[in-house]
Design a protein around this ligand. Structure first.
Ligand code: ADP
Ligand code: MG
Length: 376
């Protein structure tokens, strides 16, 4: 069992006056002026922070931001997050970007020691980083009584629920740029979902595996065989039947799935979008990860908008995972219409794929949990 905040509270015999190290995921998007463009991930940590501060614990939060490669780089400073926290949770202290020290990603015991020093307990609420065996994720649970925060607990419940008891039919909608990023999750999903619907740049490797011409569309040659194997094995995969392409002279053309050599497929076609919507509207559960096309360009956003709208209108239990898909849903103003929007991109895919994450395993093996299970 994953230890919770309550497990930690019991292990410490109360939290008043205790110093709690909180690993959060404050890896927020910043614009060129260093302003936070979306504070979703900061707000997502607030339930855990208030639970701790209501019990008079002192919270020392820590997070990574971007990929500063183990040295101090000003543009990756957590100062903008600290300013935001001063508004939202004034009593919380925030350490500087964990990845300013190479010991974080290298999972060095020395670095874990500096993190836990002076702390009485540890909470992991950083779902988006829990697929990494980094020092701040897997180190502290071996040294301090520990628990999962509310966000982490909910993410795990929702995403594990998809694997275990999805309301059927379960439709998984996958898109995004690279099939290599998602092949593992596709393989896991074809085992549990009733339909795996594929759009986005990665549909072209599948279409090419079926022998279609994909022109100048995204194609991963080295994944052709793996895609062909899945299709040959009779996996319940559904591919687009029409495509919106960019043709010479900057023309946008609706085409079938056999593209001319100078065409570039950048969105699913309108027929496909309608077909995918229909599946979503009649589903019991929908998981969506990855845009259906180059939605950042308005000419190729329509497949993604249509799918997002279908999720919003569907009576199904709808879950959105993936950084760019979550951003798309937010951009379309549809976040509130989804049942759940995951804060983790890679982490949500890995949890669906493996059923576990290094950060979860570390918590299960933590000091507090061992004590609790001995007593219980
Ligand atoms: P997520 O973050 O939701 O998991 P990905 O990172 O896998 O999604 O992919 C998102 C990116 O894929 C977007 O920037 C989108 O523009 C791009 N994309 C989707 N379809 C296509 C396409 N047909 N051609 C080129 N890029 C595409
Ligand atoms: Mg992405």
């Amino acid at each position: 069992m994953l230890p919770t905040l309550e497990t930690l509270e019991a292990a410490l015999g109360g939290l008043a006056g205790r110093i709690i190290l909180l690993r959060a995921d404050f890896n927020v998007p910043l614009d060129d002026d260093g302003q936070i463009t979306d504070d979703f991930r900061i707000r997502a940590a607030l339930p855990t922070i208030s639970w701790l501060t209501e019990r008079e614990a002192s919270v020392v939060a820590c997070s990574h931001l971007g990929r500063p490669q183990g040295k101090v780089e000003r543009r990756y400073s957590l100062a903008p997050v600290q300013a935001k926290l001063r508004e939202l949770a004034p009593s919380v202290d925030l350490l500087e970007n964990l990845r300013f020290d190479p010991g974080e990603t290298a999972n060095e015991a020395r670095f874990t020691q500096t993190l836990v020093e002076g702390c009485d307990g540890y909470v992991n609420d950083a779902f988006g980083a829990s697929h990494r065996a980094h020092a701040s994720i897997v180190g502290p649970p071996a040294l301090l009584p520990s628990g999962a925060g509310r966000l982490l607990t909910t993410e795990v419940e929702v995403l594990s629920g998809l694997r275990h008891k999805p309301k059927r039919p379960f439709v998984a909608v996958l898109g995004g740029a690279k099939v290599s990023d998602k092949l593992g999750v596709i393989k896991a999903l074809v085992e549990v979902a009733d339909e795996v619907v594929i759009g986005g740049g990665m549909c072209f490797t599948f279409l090419a595996a079926q022998g279609h011409g994909v022109g100048k569309s995204l194609l991963q040659q080295d994944q052709l065989e793996a895609c062909a194997e899945l299709l040959d094995a009779g996996a319940p995969i559904r591919l687009p039947t029409d495509i919106a392409v960019l043709a010479p002279g900057d023309r946008v053309v609706q085409a079938g799935v056999d593209l001319r050599s100078d065409w570039q497929g950048l969105d699913i076609g309108s027929g496909t979008a309608a077909e995918f919507s229909d599946l979503i509207l009649h589903a019991g559960t929908v998981l969506w990860n990855g845009p259906m096309g180059l939605f950042e360009d308005a000419r190729f956003a329509s497949g993604t908008v249509t799918v997002a709208q279908a999720l919003a209108d569907s009576g199904a239990f709808t879950v959105v995972g993936g950084g760019d898909s979550a951003a798309a849903v937010q951009q379309f103003g549809l976040s509130a219409a989804m049942d759940y929007v995951s804060t983790g991109g890679g982490a949500s895919l890995e949890l669906i794929q493996q059923g576990d994450l290094p950060g979860l395993q570390a918590l299960r093996e933590s000091v507090a949990n061992q004590q609790a299970s001995r007593q219980g």
